[in-house]
Design a protein around this ligand. Structure first.
Ligand SMILES: Nc1ncnc2c1ncn2[C@@H]1O[C@H](COP(=O)(O)OP(=O)(O)OP(=O)(O)O)[C@@H](O)[C@H]1O
Ligand SMILES: [Mg+2]
Length: 275
């Protein structure tokens, strides 16, 4: 069965979102299949975070529906979304800096699953499970579950959060700018982990401002401009330059160069170009 024929794990159908009189999202239609990465691109304020808050149960759509496996679902709360297999990882990979790796791995799992595999929290067992999970993802530098999360690099923290989501059975992994604060090496580390999550069959939604990061993992790209999907294309259909131009809100590089040229002329004492 080809990619196109598989039923999407998650889909948005004609989703609109307003906050009072402010319309933030307009008729959003998007879908993500198992083993596929959808990159959500767009400038500041385009509506990316609002869209993922709808997918993670933080906000309700004003109209339109969410479907999982072709069936309508309602995510009343983040808890409901999480129980249905939606995992969201934010920019800094969670806020467990003062917790050990083993302990942080099971945070939030206890109430629903009775400490996961334990009756009483067992530090050694938790450490062993967490370390094995991260090592299975190829992160061999993490070998001591007693280490504090705060002592990990930014990229390792992000990777740990992704591994944790996969380990506990997430089907949809939402990453809101996971590489934004990272250097080249750390970012490529996280991108590798994203590719592994995809290989394990998760449907991944990856938000980024960095075109190169998107191109390294994306199968499918959607560009949001002022709350609407302005472009929706698959890998290989557009060049890096075309994607960059789209993300700048339809501004082409040529426009930008003309603007800079004008600016430089006026600052050299020349009058601004006549209109
Ligand atoms: N709770 C809210 N009430 C009113 N307006 C909101 C609310 N949340 C978001 N907005 C508005 O919706 C628009 C989109 O915001 P959003 O945070 O989704 O953008 P974004 O694409 O994630 O931007 P960035 O790249 O800066 O993170 C913004 O104009 C924002 O002010
Ligand atoms: Mg945002």
């Amino acid at each position: 069965m080809s990619m196109e024929n598989k039923v999407p794990v998650i889909a948005l159908k004609d989703v609109n979102k307003s906050f009072g009189p402010i319309d933030v999202l307009h008729d959003i239609n998007l879908e993500v299949r198992a083993g596929e990465v959808l990159c959500l691109l767009g400038d500041n304020g385009a509506g990316k975070s609002t869209l993922i808050k709808i997918l993670s149960g933080v906000h309700q759509p004003t109209s339109g529906t969410i479907e999982m496996d072709g069936n309508p679902v309602v995510f009343d709360t983040p808890r409901v979304a999480s129980e249905k297999g939606i995992a969201t990882v934010h920019q800094f990979g969670g806020t467990f800096a003062l917790m050990s790796i083993g302990r942080s791995f099971f945070v939030g799992v206890e109430p629903t699953k009775g400490w996961g595999p334990f009756k009483v929290f067992d530090r050694k067992k938790a450490n062993a499970i967490a370390v094995k999970a991260v090592q299975d993802f190829g992160i061999t530098r993490i070998d001591d579950g007693d280490r504090l999360v705060g002592g990990l690099s930014g990229g390792e923290r992000q990777s740990l959060a992704i591994v944790r989501a996969v380990h506990f059975g997430a089907r949809v992994l939402i990453l809101d700018e996971p590489t934004a604060a990272l250097g080249v090496k750390q970012a490529s580390h996280v991108l590798r982990i994203v590719n592994q999550a995809k290989k394990r069959g998760l449907a991944v939604i990856f938000i980024t401002h960095q075109v190169m990061h998107a191109m390294a993992v994306g199968d499918h790209f959607a560009v949001l401009i002022r709350g609407a999907v302005a472009a929706d294309f698959r890998k290989g259909e557009k060049t890096r330059e075309q994607i960059t131009d789209l993300m700048a809100g339809g501004e082409t590089m040529a426009n930008l160069e003309a603007e800079i040229e004008n600016y430089m002329q006026s600052h050299d004492g020349h009058p601004p170009a006549a209109h």
